[in-house]
Design a protein around this ligand. Structure first.
Ligand SMILES: Cc1cc2nc3c(=O)[nH]c(=O)nc-3n(C[C@H](O)[C@H](O)[C@H](O)COP(=O)(O)OP(=O)(O)OC[C@H]3O[C@@H](n4cnc5c(N)ncnc54)[C@H](O)[C@@H]3O)c2cc1C
Length: 451
């Protein structure tokens, strides 16, 4: 049989742009692949998978480079990078949107905005749409329009094939419905290389955004008010709250509402009564301006970082709030924070087993965040995150697979809850030889003796 050759834009270790080509979001986890192939079309991706298998070279799939644990990178192997495949096609009347796998959220928002459409997705403009969708996809339209994966209709995916090495298939509710189910929250990199996705978009025009800030002294009151308000208020409103270390003396709630300024002001009344807000803003803007507002510039840059997370199904007790507060009083640096986003609404109307995204009953997704500059600070920062996560774990559930944490031991159950067994069955059916694997990938039920 004729040997496959790599096609696409190929970057190797001695190429001048190698460093830029290999660098992912998390600078504390440096990885040095031998080859990075930037696919220009799906045939390049098919060739890359075939080549890796014929030559027994380990590989990873990459899009927007935002995996917290750099799961889209590896040492000494091949990175199959889709980021130069970004075409977006829109059928405005049917609201059907076809997106190549390498598009970033910013590309998606800008293109769809021209048609008065959008997708409920995340905040940071250079996060990849594919990694985000495969793991679920939360953002400031979650409560009104659901998770990104809830709008997914179809994927084109290259899977491992016994005879040919690689095979491109179409995956939807009718064809390979089990793999479609797994692609709605099962996480990236597990089953195959996605080359494009089709979504049903939502109409959008003007939205009303808000921001409120408080000082540290209002911590308890604000925490308690927000957690009992944000997940239960009008479903057209999705909001977040971020708590910084005591020394930073800042708490900030943000949100997006599909409705008018007056309506939002009324909905915000309970929150505005909590403590003494130090600033407040409510503004009606075109949706694309709101997307720019939530795209915090600091989040876009590669940095030394550690993040983790959990879900909350009922408001935290005073004990848990005190524990969280204690950690923020003893934070490793000023960049540490705890961020929460309200869930429920459209995302909560779907049963936990209807898609692979299990935590449908959660009212809040909670993220533990830190970043630092010098390598000596790493241990302290990682310990802070892990201490915080475990100290809250009696009252929290799991973790969002798009916020992966290599330090979680029981990670399969943590990410997938009651959907683990079904995900492993899908894995066994489509990738019995575990061709698609990384540090926390879903293992097939029976591992081949060759691994
Ligand atoms: C600053 C920042 C902000 C974030 N904001 C949000 C947010 O608002 N909402 C939210 O839900 N999440 C958010 N996330 C998490 C984000 O959803 C995940 O990091 C997601 O996996 C990123 O996908 P990516 O393509 O950018 O990353 P990559 O590192 O390229 O890929 C992530 C994973 O997906 C796999 N993958 C990538 N492309 C493909 C493909 N074509 N086929 C198959 N597998 C593939 C990779 O192998 C890897 O395992 C954020 C992350 C960061 C770092």
């Amino acid at each position: 049989m004729e040997k496959t050759t790599l096609t696409g834009r190929i970057v190797r270790r001695d190429d001048p742009d190698y460093n830029e080509a290999r660098t992912n979001i998390n600078l504390s986890l440096q990885r040095y692949p031998d080859i990075i192939v930037f696919c220009q079309n799906k045939h390049d991706a098919v060739n890359a998978l075939k080549w890796a298998r014929e030559n027994n070279v380990p590989f990873r799939i990459r899009g927007g480079r935002h995996s917290y644990e750099n799961f889209s990178l590896l040492n000494n192997g091949l990175v199959i990078d889709l980021s130069e495949m970004k075409k977006i096609r829109v059928d405005k009347d049917k609201r059907l949107v076809s997106i190549e796998a390498g598009a970033e959220l910013g590309d998606v928002y800008r293109t769809l905005w021209r048609y008065g459409l959008t997708l409920p997705a995340g905040t940071i403009a250079n996060v990849g749409i594919t990694g985000l969708t495969l793991g679920g996809g939360i953002g400031y339209l979650t409560r009104s329009a659901g998770l990104t994966c809830d709008r997914l209709l179809q994927l084109e995916m290259i899977i491992a094939d016994e005879k040919e090495g690689a095979k491109l298939i179409t995956v939807n509710r009718a064809k390979h419905s089990d793999l479609f189910w797994a692609s709605q929250g099962g996480g990236g990199g597990n089953f195959g290389i996605v080359t494009s996705m089709m979504f049903k978009a939502v109409p959008i025009s003007y939205v009303t955004v808000f921001s409120v800030t408080w000082d540290w002294d209002d911590f308890d009151e604000v925490f308690n008010t927000w957690q009992n308000w944000a997940p239960f208020t009008d479903n057209r409103l999705t909001s977040s709250i971020q708590f910084w270390p005591k020394e930073v003396n800042r708490i900030e709630a943000l949100g997006q509402f599909i409705g008018t300024k007056d309506e939002l002001k009324e909905l915000l009344a309970p929150l505005m009564k909590a403590g003494n807000p130090t600033s407040g803003m409510v503004k009606t803007v075109p949706f694309i301006r709101a997307a720019a507002f939530f795209n915090s510039p600091g989040g876009n840059e590669p940095q030394k970082m550690k993040r983790s997370g959990s879900f909350i199904e009922k408001p935290l007790s005073t004990r848990a709030i005190s524990a969280l507060k204690y950690y923020l009083q003893h934070a490793p640096n000023k960049n540490a924070s705890v961020w929460q986003q309200s869930l429920g609404g459209a995302a909560g109307r779907i049963a936990p087993d209807q898609t692979a995204f299990y935590y449908r009953n959660a009212i809040i997704a909670q993220e533990y965040i830190t970043n630092w500059t010098s390598p000596e600070e790493e241990r302290q920062n990682v310990r802070w995150i892990e201490g915080l996560r475990t100290s809250l774990s009696r009252e929290t559930m799991g973790d969002y697979v798009n916020w992966p944490d290599i330090d979680i031991r029981n990670w399969l159950r943590t990410y997938y809850g009651g959907n683990v067994d079904r995900l492993r069955q899908v894995k066994t059916k489509y990738d019995p030889e575990n061709v698609f694997r990384f540090e926390q990938s879903i293992p097939p039920l029976r591992r081949s003796p060759f691994f």
